[in-house]
Design a protein around this ligand. Structure first.
Ligand code: NAP
Length: 265
């Protein structure tokens, strides 16, 4: 068994729904005190209520991660409410679609600002409090899209998710002397409100391309994040963990078809 993280101060950005809400629920169920960060008050309060109903401890904080003052305010709120910061799950992200030929500079900037700049700002804001404790855990939600795969409509998104990993590797070196680790989870296709917005056809197509033939759950990602947050993961830093039901493995669709054929010995 892992050492308990009960009582630890955990910030989860983008926790008002989807993967972030799943991470917040799983960390709270493990006894952590969770700051649920997002921009939508009602959704944030709903996650906080869900956690409280299950016996956990959480409170909401409304902030835009792409704004430097807001990022500083997130860290300040965690320090004020929980006496410090042990874990930052930098999860907030957006994935609007735009083909390269139609993509505006504003489209590009919005995605990079939220996903890449937002990660940088939140990590930077949390470092002093983690340094003061002599330990800390940063867990970034990247993606298979960008670092490993591509998908039409998401060149800006892929760039932002790969940028998070470039950032992570140097941040991990710089923060290692302070006992702070920086790692990333790389989800495949996870059933969230955001993904559902791409339509049922997209979800069905994706499920068919995954060796396990199902989309992931938010808990699949949350448990991996929880592992990175444990004391036992102290010697792991600057690393990525793909959680995708095997989605990146087949070299062609034929590989999936072959796996579905009955095996004759
Ligand atoms: P989602 O359901 O759309 O939720 C996104 C979350 O991010 C919401 O809580 C949203 O809260 C928050 N958010 C967005 N922009 C923000 C901003 N500027 N400031 C603060 N919060 C912001 O998305 P999801 O599918 O759970 O994705 C979460 C993360 O996982 C993202 O980083 C995404 O790239 C990554 N990911 C998802 C999948 C997938 O299949 N779902 C796959 C790979 C990677 P508010 O609206 O309240 O601000």
């Amino acid at each position: 068994m892992f050492t308990s993280i009960a009582g630890r101060s955990v910030i989860v950005t983008g926790a008002t729904r989807g993967i972030g809400a799943g991470i917040a629920r799983v960390f709270a169920a493990a006894g952590a005190r969770v700051l649920v960060v997002g921009r939508q008050a009602e959704a944030a309060e709903a996650v906080v209520e869900q956690i409280a109903h299950a016996g956990g401890t959480a409170s909401a904080f409304l902030a835009d991660v792409a704004d430097s003052e807001s990022a500083a305010a997130i860290a300040a709120a965690a320090i004020e409410r929980h006496g410090g910061i042990d874990v930052l799950c930098a999860n907030a992200g957006i994935y609007p679609e735009a083909r390269l030929t139609e993509m505006s500079v504003a489209d590009w900037d919005r995605v990079l600002d939220t996903n890449a700049r937002g990660t940088f700002l939140c990590v930077q804001a949390c470092v002093p409090a983690m340094r003061a404790r002599g330990r800390g855990r940063v867990i970034i939600t990247s993606s298979i899209t960008g670092p490993i795969t591509g998908y039409p409509g998401w060149s800006h998104y892929g760039a932002s998710k790969a940028a998070q990993l470039g950032f992570m590797r140097t941040a991990a070196i710089e923060l290692a002397p302070y006992g702070i680790t920086v790692n990333a989870v790389l989800p495949g296709n996870i059933m969230t409100e955001g993904l559902a917005a791409n339509g049922p056809e997209y979800a069905a197509q994706m499920a068919a391309s995954i060796p396990q033939r199902r989309l992931g759950s938010v808990e699949d990602i949350a448990h991996a994040a929880l592992f990175f947050a444990t004391d036992e993961a102290a010697y792991i830093t600057g690393q990525t963990l793909v959680i995708d039901g095997g989605q990146v493995l087949p070299e062609s669709l034929a590989a999936l078809d072959a796996a579905a054929e009955p095996f004759s010995a």
